[in-house]
Design a protein around this ligand. Structure first.
Ligand SMILES: *Cc1c(COP(=O)(O)O)cnc(C)c1O
Length: 350
């Protein structure tokens, strides 16, 4: 770092994204993207908007909010759009945390949460998951601060039911409780049904996983209108045109294409069940996953070696270095053919 780098940023330790190697073509099972292309309507909408890139996008995100409101059965004033849900998370942490009010998160979860705390000088409060990697709601009753839980959880795929979610919401009436539902379409019930009952709830979702729009960068916060208004104040103090025109219309079309969305999600769930069965057949221990990835380990080979051996064979999975999960690899559920290739390489390897 240069001598010019702000002293306020001494706490930053940037997020390390999964590899996106450009050197050769891999079977990419490392960053939880969808193996399927975006909805055809989304692709057409993006192409149409490309011709209008001379104009700024709608700073109110009107058409996208409208499409999201219809799909989720909400009002536009309950919705905030972000440049990926990562940006939505930034707005939330910026709006509701401070040096005196930290963010409590499961100790094994999305790596971006502690990174954001570092960037914003917010206390990061890790709350250990149980030995079986479940969230134990009473642990959050003792915590002072806001709460952010990925549900299903990042890295593990383990889901906390809405009963447990409500226990946490009730114990934090003066804090925001963020449920990051990046993977909710692949399993579990969304907490959107609780929005009417809890003014402190913020549900975050993304178009990156189940909607095949990771490169489009579109995410949402769903919450009480006053919470959304606070978030909009931050957004408008940062970048009122935060969603580009192509992504805004592509995302709106994608939300309208319900049958394509359902067919993609169904295929991933079916392929996940296949993959889990095969992995267990090979002696892997696999955490119960409600997401589009599985966390798996085997006695026969350590997580890091397995990752490297698969990479040599043209298959990318993710090895995470968190102490509690370093024996595992995280495998994104791709297309059926990709998973068959993975399984056959694993058979050779072991
Ligand atoms: C992938 C992911 C995100 C980020 O999604 P983007 O919308 O692509 O920024 C956020 N939270 C969790 C838990 C994720 O897994």
């Amino acid at each position: 770092m240069t001598k010019y780098f702000s002293e306020d940023l001494q706490g930053v330790s940037p997020y390390v994204a999964g590899e996106q190697p450009q050197d050769k073509s891999y079977i990419k099972l490392n960053t939880n993207e969808s193996p399927f292309p975006p909805s055809a309507g989304a692709v057409e909408a993006a192409a149409r908007q490309a011709e209008r890139l001379n104009l700024y996008s709608d700073p109110t995100c009107g058409p996208l909010k409208q499409a999201a409101a219809e799909f989720y059965g909400l009002k536009p004033e309950n919705i905030l759009c972000g440049n990926g849900s990562d940006e939505v998370l930034y707005f939330i942490f910026r709006a509701f945390c401070s040096k005196n009010k930290g963010m409590a998160c499961p100790d094994v979860s999305y790596g971006f949460y502690p990174v954001l705390c570092g960037l914003l000088n917010i206390p990061y409060i890790p709350v250990p998951l149980k030995a079986d990697f479940t969230v134990y709601p009473p642990d959050y009753a003792k915590i002072i601060g806001n709460v952010c839980i990925a549900n299903p959880n990042a890295q593990t795929g383990v889901y906390l039911n809405l009963n447990g979610v409500e226990k946490i919401l009730r114990r934090h009436p003066d804090d925001v409780v963020v449920l990051d539902e990046a993977y909710i379409d692949f399993g579990g019930q969304s907490a959107l049904s609780l929005l009417k009952s809890y003014k402190n709830l913020i549900v975050v979702q993304t178009m990156s996983k189940s909607r095949s729009l990771a490169g489009g960068r579109v995410g949402f916060a769903f919450a009480d209108a006053e919470i959304i208004s606070d978030l909009d104040a931050v957004r408008n103090s940062f970048n009122p045109y935060n969603i580009n025109r192509m992504s805004m219309f592509a995302a709106a079309e994608s939300l309208k294409d319900v049958s394509y969305f359902r067919s993609c999600v169904d295929k991933i769930i079916e392929t996940r069940e296949y993959t889990v069965m095969e992995l267990e057949g090979l002696g892997f221990e696999v955490l119960p996953s409600s997401a589009n990835f599985v966390l798996a380990k085997t006695e026969k080979i350590c997580g890091e070696t397995l990752y490297l051996k698969l990479k040599e064979r043209g298959i990318l999975v993710r090895h995470l270095t968190d102490d509690r999960i370093k024996d595992y690899v995280r495998i994104t559920i791709g297309g059926r053919g990709q998973m068959e290739k993975l399984i056959s390489e694993l058979k050779n390897l072991l």
